[in-house]
Design a protein around this ligand. Structure first.
Ligand code: AMP
Length: 249
């Protein structure tokens, strides 16, 4: 089975983001970028399926600037076979990304498409679901376990109050939750080998996809800073403050 994995280049999760002075977005100048953590889990799952002899080829795809090649090379070092970059300088909506991923999937014909459940920059949690809808694929979102049985994919999903297992006909979209696996680190020899693995660049125009969006970002603001807390000496004082100062009881 061929597996297509979507990886997004995002601000590294350790970085404290700064909003641009004109409130048009987050300042990315000289900021450390990395692969979205949920995409790392997606790559790991695909590589494990290959190691188990279930996946025949793992192709990674990213939509983003030329620098997203770094994240694709990381995915290749982690065990993916081939990479495709859909190069764009624009910040695209989840729907535009889903359309581009669908176009790549039509060309690649994977049986399984693995995405992260959400990108930690936009927090959309939309792309996998939109891709499944556009491509007519079955979908198993928030996966904490994936297995193959009798030509179907068994996906255990993390839902409110427990776990749900669904059987999906292929081709299918799976989005990864945190507990699906623990991604490995790339070894130095594999980082060197990844430099020679194929990485193809394409564009939305070449794929025949319009990325025009019907959503406009009006303003980006940093969360309001919280005022410092205080320590109370007794329960009576706490109750008094909740009643008379906070007025919540
Ligand atoms: P989102 O719907 O934006 O929260 O993203 C969910 C998942 O969709 C990510 O974890 C990726 O697997 C995929 N995805 C979103 N944006 C991109 C992108 N620009 N390039 C590749 N994959 C993406």
């Amino acid at each position: 089975m061929k597996v297509l994995v979507a990886v997004k280049r995002v601000v590294d999760f350790n970085v404290k983001v700064r909003v641009k002075a004109d409130h048009s977005g987050v300042d990315l100048a000289n900021v450390k970028m990395a692969m979205n953590p949920f995409c790392e889990i997606a790559v790991e799952e695909a590589v494990r399926l290959k190691e188990q002899g279930i996946a025949s080829e793992v192709v990674v795809v990213s939509v983003g600037p030329a620098t997203a090649q770094e994240q694709l090379r990381t995915a290749l070092a982690l065990g993916a076979d081939r990479a495709v970059l859909v190069e764009t300088a624009d910040e695209l909506s989840a729907l535009a990304v889903a359309k581009l991923l669908k176009a790549v999937a039509e060309r690649e014909q994977p049986q399984l498409l693995i995405l992260g459940k959400q990108a930690i920059d936009s927090d959309n949690n939309q792309t996998g679901q939109m891709l499944a809808a556009l491509g007519g694929y079955a979908q198993g979102t928030f996966a904490s376990k994936v297995g193959v049985e009798g030509g179907q994919l068994l996906v255990t999903r993390e839902i409110d109050g427990g776990l749900q297992t669904v059987a999906l006909n292929l081709p299918a979209v799976v989005t990864t939750d945190l507990r699906l696996n623990e991604p490995r680190y790339a070894s130095l020899p594999n980082i060197m080998k990844a430099k020679k693995k194929p990485l193809e660049s394409t564009t939305a125009e070449a794929l025949g996809v319009s990325t025009a969006s019907s959503i406009t970002v009006l303003k980006v603001e940093a969360p309001a800073s919280r005022s410092a807390g205080i320590k109370v000496k007794s329960v009576a004082e706490l109750v008094e403050k909740l009643k008379n100062e906070a007025k919540v009881i």
